[in-house]
Design a protein around this ligand. Structure first.
Ligand SMILES: Nc1ncnc2c1ncn2[C@@H]1O[C@H](COP(=O)(O)OP(=O)(O)OP(=O)(O)O)[C@@H](O)[C@H]1O
Length: 718
């Protein structure tokens, strides 16, 4: 990428202050310059005859500071160099007029004395970043047409090479030292100054016989975007991928030319004359080139001297160029001053075509690519090693996994077999438990049925026992009544016996009377009495017989009742024991059922969730049913009682049909069980009816029911 611009060589004139030596030479120190600084014009005087005025870009008088000269002369060039253009700042003038002072003064003790070289580097360093940009210097001197390295004095005869295509001048072999900071700059310039060959001349003992050239190489980094088409010097277009390290390369030449004086004037002798010839050759060659450029000549004799070859770019080239021409004020040096002024005037006519050139930093690019290749190679090797290691590890793991898998398979097959066995065992156990459960359920059902049955029978037994107990009570009562009756009968018998005895006494009396009557002839009467007696006797005997029969009947009945009582008591006892055993059995069965249920629930826990729900619930249900039946019977009887009426029911006790009697007596017995009915039954003659039924009936059911009813009535307090 190139940008071109026309730029005239700028020329400033600097007038050195009056020299102390010159002043010492005479109070009439004559000057040859007439200065008009504000119009930047100078007139040269000779023998008080002033010549025409010469105009310069800037004229610095005796009191001009180093700083001012830098800012006017060098600063624009330095700024241009920082932008990427080449630049040149030169000092041209007679020996001792202050070229070195203007350009190379280090100003170690007084910074204000610093010349253009130090100030330019200071300016450049402050304007660049040394992280991305670089500043390097070469410090050379051209002495007797030989280029020497002031930073490496052993390097002499350094060739000057021109790029045939670009015209770029380079000095291969010259040291290029990268600058770190200003201190480093001063050190390098000091080294260069020390090494600069200086020959004593008559005019100036410290006069520079060589041309000193400081080359400052600048490289500033630029970045361009991807896929940018870049024109590169090989005239081929390349599309370079990625960010390219583009750079702006520029260089600044600061040249402190050797004195431009005439040989005879400088007083050079022998070796010195040779020096002066070469110096003048370079300078005259430079002057010729400038003349040719100023006259737009087609031929520029740059190849005539090494100086013009080195400065090829500075005049008529692509560099922005500033020239400081230095003159002394003394009239004695009028001709040198005049030639210097004319040199400057010609130089002002030279126009350069400054050109900005960006180029790919192939060195950096190469380094970057090389680094990238190194990095990629090492990364590739690392990756290969890593992959190899990973492969080895994976193979190892694969083997381990295979072994593990085989082991696992074996273990799994054994476990599967064991599990199969266990499964079969469990299935068998479950089946067995299910069977047991079913059996237990069956047993429970049977037990529940048994319980229900036993409950029913127990209730019946209870009822029977209750009835037996009532019968026993009735029998006891009846026995008591009979005993009482028997006592009464026995008393009657005793009375009869006593009456009989008294009758016997009376009979004896009568027999005595009879015998007396016999004796006294009252035989008729006796017969009468005898008949009467036999009647009485018969009556009595029959009465006695009947009584005795009654007694014997009562005794037999009593014995019968006793027997029945005993058998009833035995029955009651049996039934009581039977009931106890039944209750015990019921309890046992309940317990057994509860145990079975617990066992069932334990057995089926987590396997089969089921329950019969029978047993006690069923028993309760049955028991409830029984109670309900009794209650309903009682209700029915009460209904019959209310509807039929008690006298009618009692009348049925005397029915000739046994079934009717049985039902009637059961009704009465049930009624007699209720307290509220008892008095009514007695009032209605029920007790007598029951007693007569007990006497007359031979049916045991009637006996039992009647006895129960009598017992209930007998228990009534009232
Ligand atoms: N503007 C100035 N102010 C003060 N002193 C100056 C000035 N110019 C030159 N000098 C002094 O004059 C002397 C000669 O200067 P300088 O060496 O710079 O001349 P020169 O042109 O470089 O000579 P040569 O060509 O022989 O090297 C030095 O001592 C320098 O300090």
């Amino acid at each position: 990428m190139c940008f071109s611009d026309l730029c005239r060589v700028r020329v400033a004139l600097r007038i050195r202050p009056k020299n102390t030596d010159e002043l010492a030479q005479g109070a009439d120190f004559d000057t040859c310059v007439e200065l008009q600084p504000e119009c930047k014009k100078l007139k040269l005087k000779k023998n008080n005859w002033a010549s025409e005025s010469y105009q310069f870009d800037e004229i610095f008088g005796e009191n001009s500071s180093q700083k001012r000269i830098y800012e006017v002369v060098a600063k624009p060039v330095v700024e241009s160099v920082l932008e990427g253009y080449n630049g040149t700042v030169m000092a041209y003038g007679q020996t001792g007029t202050g070229k070195t002072y203007t350009v190379g003064q280090l100003g170690k003790e007084d910074p204000s004395e610093r010349g253009i070289m130090v100030r330019a580097l200071e300016h450049i360093l402050s304007s660049m970043s040394l992280e991305t940009d670089s500043v390097a210097v070469s410090y050379l001197q051209l002495y007797l047409e030989s280029v020497q390295d002031l930073l490496a004095p052993e390097k002499t005869n350094i060739p000057i090479v021109e790029d045939p295509k670009t015209g770029e001048v380079s000095l291969p072999g010259a040291a290029i030292v990268e600058i770190k900071d200003l201190e480093h700059v001063c050190q390098l310039l000091q080294i260069g100054e020390t090494n600069r060959h200086a020959a004593n001349t008559k005019m100036n003992t410290e006069s520079s016989r060589s041309h000193a050239i400081l080359i400052i190489h600048l490289q500033r980094s630029l970045k361009i975007k991807e896929e940018t088409t870049v024109s590169i010097p090989s005239d081929t277009e390349h599309t370079l991928p990625g960010d390219l390290p583009l750079v702006l390369k520029s260089k600044l030449l600061i040249v402190d030319l050797a004195g431009s004086e005439r040989i005879d004037k400088s007083g050079s002798e022998g070796h010195m004359i040779e020096e002066a010839k070469f110096i003048n050759l370079s300078l005259s060659s430079l002057g010729k080139c400038i003349n040719a450029l100023a006259e737009n000549s087609s031929h520029i004799p740059t190849r005539d001297s090494k100086l013009t070859r080195m400065l090829r770019d500075s005049f008529g080239g692509t560099a922005r160029t500033s020239l400081v021409v230095t003159i002394g004020p003394s009239a004695r040096h009028h001709s040198e001053t005049s030639s210097t002024v004319l040199f400057g005037q010609r130089a002002m006519k030279v126009v350069n075509t400054i050109r900005l050139k960006e180029e790919v930093d192939y060195e950096t690019l190469y380094k970057n690519v090389e680094n990238e290749v190194d990095h990629l190679t090492s990364e590739m090797e690392r990756q290969q090693k890593l992959r190899h290691r990973e492969k080895m590890q994976l193979e190892k793991r694969l083997k381990e996994s295979e072994t593990f898998l085989n082991d696992l398979k074996m273990i799994s097959s054994v476990q599967i077999e064991n599990l199969e066995k266990e499964k079969h065992q469990f299935e068998y156990a479950v089946k067995r438990l299910m069977q047991e459960l079913e059996e237990k359920e069956g047993r429970n059902n049977v037990l529940s049925e048994k319980i229900v049955h036993l409950e029913t029978s127990l209730n019946e037994k209870k009822q029977q026992q209750l009835e037996s107990f009532s019968t026993t009570q009735i029998l006891a009562e009846t026995t008591k009544t009979y005993e009482k009756k028997m006592g009464e009968l026995l008393r009657e018998l005793e009375e009869e016996r006593s009456r009989s005895a008294s009758m016997k006494g009376h009979f004896n009396v009568l027999e005595q009377q009879l015998s007396d009557a016999r004796s006294s002839a009252q035989e008729n009467m006796a017969r009468e009495l005898k008949r009467e007696l036999s009647k009485i006797t018969q009556t009595f005997t029959s009465q006695v017989h009947s009584l005795e029969e009654k007694i014997s009947q009562l005794v037999s009945e009593k014995e019968l009742i006793y027997g029945e009582l005993k058998s009833t008591q035995a029955k009651v006892q049996d039934e009581a024991s039977h009931r106890q055993s039944l209750e015990a059995e019921v309890l046992r069965l309940k317990r057994s059922k509860t145990d079975n249920c617990v066992e069932e629930s334990k057995t089926l826990c987590g396997m089969v969730r089921s329950g019969s729900g029978l047993g006690s619930e069923a028993f309760m249900h049955k028991s409830g049913n029984l109670k309900e039946t009794l209650a309903s019977q009682r209700g029915t009887i009460s209904k019959i009682f209310e509807e039929v009426g008690l006298p009618n029911v009692l009348a049925l006790l005397k029915s000739e049909e046994l079934e009717v009697q049985i039902h009637a007596v059961k009704v009465v017995a049930n009624l007699a069980a209720e307290d509220i009915n008892q008095e009514k039954i007695v009032e209605e003659g029920g007790l007598d009816a029951l007693l007569s039924l007990l006497e007359t009936s031979e049916n045991t059911t009637i006996h039992r029911a009647t006895a129960g009813a009598i017992a209930n009535l007998a228990m009534n307090g009232t």
